[in-house]
Design a protein around this ligand. Structure first.
Ligand code: ADP
Length: 374
């Protein structure tokens, strides 16, 4: 939009007419003071400013608006009988653009200048946009780099913890061996085994992440009995977590097409999280059933839960809820791997949760994807 500032109404009318005829949007002000008020409220690409006006003259207007952030990119064309004084105000006015036209105005020259300023304005806007996008991209890289560094440090710590325990138990084992204390040896061996299993799971997750990144996560899909898998997982999880009551609900599902081991991985991950993020609670509920053509599986806990904001993000890579990350150890990759596995089965994952009331994680996958015969 162009602002014409002139105290002579006949000048305004004729300039406005020509500019509007050439497709420009035009606003007008009949004094310097009125112009300043308008510039404070609206952004103009160009101001056509009469130098000689009663009250505030054109130079004073230009000097004042040079300090307005809104007018940072606004160009000014002075309508002046003389050009000598222009040097005075260019000091304070460094951005936008400045030019002048002698009176009486040659409309062709004015139009040419207006078009040039408009072109420059469009180009500088495009450049600014480009600069902004580039800056955002750089920030996004930087952010990815920071997350990766943070992940490496957490991962090393997570690997070191079971490793330190293993070292400790082995030293204790040596002592028990010297004493020939078979019972203690057996207990300590069992503890070493637990820690090795922890390490094993961590390394498997890390390997899965790198497979996902390189597009090498492979699936071995065939029909398997979902109910059998469900029963087996419930039994194993109950055995290894006797402190919690695992309640199994739902209906028979029958045969399902997919990679049984990978589906088991997702179910175990949901259950492990449900136990981990529900300290001081007594039970979790597992459920499976058919919903239309899909198998629906869910794990309900009564633990810490989470706000809506986090529910959108917890399936993202490396995402951990900051407020609770100190209290619970983890790498923030389990759910990301789960989502990848389920999506590679043409399914969906999700969570319903409320802070302090617990969470329900679920997935659905088509039991009989098209073209797969049992
Ligand atoms: P990890 O548990 O190793 O951090 P996950 O990818 O399994 O990684 O989970 C990502 C984040 O989601 C966790 O850090 C935790 O903040 C949150 N989360 C996962 N499961 C639950 C749950 N059952 N209840 C509350 N928060 C959970």
């Amino acid at each position: 939009m162009i602002l014409i500032v002139d105290d002579a109404p006949e000048n305004i009318i004729s300039l406005k007419k020509v500019l509007e005829k050439n497709g420009f949007e035009v606003d007008t002000a009949s004094s310097g003071e009125e112009a300043l008020k308008k510039i404070l409220k609206k952004s103009y690409v160009l101001i056509i400013l009469d130098v000689q006006m009663p009250g505030m003259d054109g130079f004073e207007v230009a000097e004042t608006i040079s300090g307005y952030s809104r007018a940072k990119e606004t160009a000014i064309i002075f309508l002046s009988a003389a050009s000598a004084n222009l040097n005075l105000i260019t000091r304070g006015y460094s951005s936008g653009g400045l030019d002048y036209i002698s009176k009486p105005v040659d409309m062709n020259i004015l139009l040419l200048k207006v078009k040039t300023f408009y072109r420059i304005y469009e180009q500088s806007r495009a450049l600014n946009e480009m600069q902004k996008t580039l800056r955002e991209e750089i920030e996004f890289r930087k952010e990815a780099e920071r997350k990766k560094d943070e992940f490496i440090s957490i991962a090393s710590h997570e690997l070191k913890t079971p490793m330190t325990s293993i070292k400790g138990y082995i030293q204790l084992l040596e002592r028990s061996l010297d004493k020939n204390d078979i019972e203690t040896i057996r207990t300590r061996l069992h503890k070493v085994q637990n820690q090795v299993e922890k390490l094993n799971l961590l390394i498997a997750d890390l390997l899965d992440i790198s497979k996902i990144e390189s597009g090498k996560l492979k699936f071995n899909k065939k029909y398997f009995c979902f109910d059998h898998l469900f029963g087996h997982i419930t039994e194993i999880m109950q055995q290894s977590n006797p402190q919690i009551k695992i309640i199994k609900k739902g209906h028979d599902v029958g045969n399902v097409y997919g990679d049984e081991m990978r589906i088991e991985q997702v179910m175990v991950n949901f259950i492990t999280n449900a136990i981990k993020y529900s300290p001081d609670t007594e039970e979790i509920h597992l459920s499976a059933m058919m919903q239309g053509d899909d198998v629906y599986f869910s794990v309900r806990d009564f633990g810490i839960g989470m706000s809506e904001e986090h529910q959108q993000k917890i399936f993202d890579k490396f995402y951990r809820i900051e407020e609770t990350s100190e209290r619970f150890q983890g790498l923030g990759i389990g759910l990301y791997i789960c989502r990848e596995i389920i999506e590679r089965h043409q399914g969906t994952v999700g969570v319903h949760s409320k802070p302090g009331e617990g969470s329900e994680f679920y997935f659905t996958i088509p039991a009989n994807p098209e073209g797969k015969n049992q």
